[in-house]
Ligand binder design. Structure first.
Ligand code: HEC
Length: 105
């Protein structure tokens, strides 16, 4: 019973974090360029997730404006201004946003 309650708490925690991340992704306007599954003007969220799947810290670093583009460097000029926004996110918000992106595989 105890284990079940713990499991439920963890599951609720995870889904809460991912909804928060998704909300940020929409509110911050990322969704305008990044489609969940299809490459448009910008790479699909799914594609970003596959590039960064074993490299969560590098993804955070990129969004803090301290990394190099890895997914589609040729189009980085479109993404660069967005970093002025993402680098001001709190650590907690950044964590949620990154979790949402990495879950989209
Ligand atoms: C004006 C369109 C546009 C908006 C808005 C936008 N992006 Fe991007 N994004 C791009 C383009 C184009 C690329 C491909 C260039 C690149 O890889 O950096 C990209 C790439 C990325 C990458 C991959 C970086 C890499 O290593 O190559 C991440 C992560 C990302 N965007 C996150 C976000 C987040 C989070 C937001 C919202 C705060 C956002 N983007 C808003 C256009 C946009």
């Amino acid at each position: 019973m105890r284990a079940l309650i713990m499991l439920l708490t963890i599951m609720i925690g995870i889904s809460y974090a991912s909804t928060e991340g998704e909300k940020l992704f929409k509110e911050r306007g990322c969704i305008a360029c990044h489609h969940p599954e299809i490459d448009t003007v910008a790479p699909a969220v799914k594609k970003i997730a596959s590039v960064y799947k074993h490299n969560k810290e590098a993804l955070k670093k990129f969004l803090k404006g301290k990394g190099e583009p890895k997914v589609d460097p040729a189009r980085f000029s479109l993404m660069k201004p967005q970093l002025n926004d993402t680098k001001h996110l709190s650590d907690e918000e950044l964590e949620k946003l990154v979790e949402f992106i990495l879950k989209s595989q």
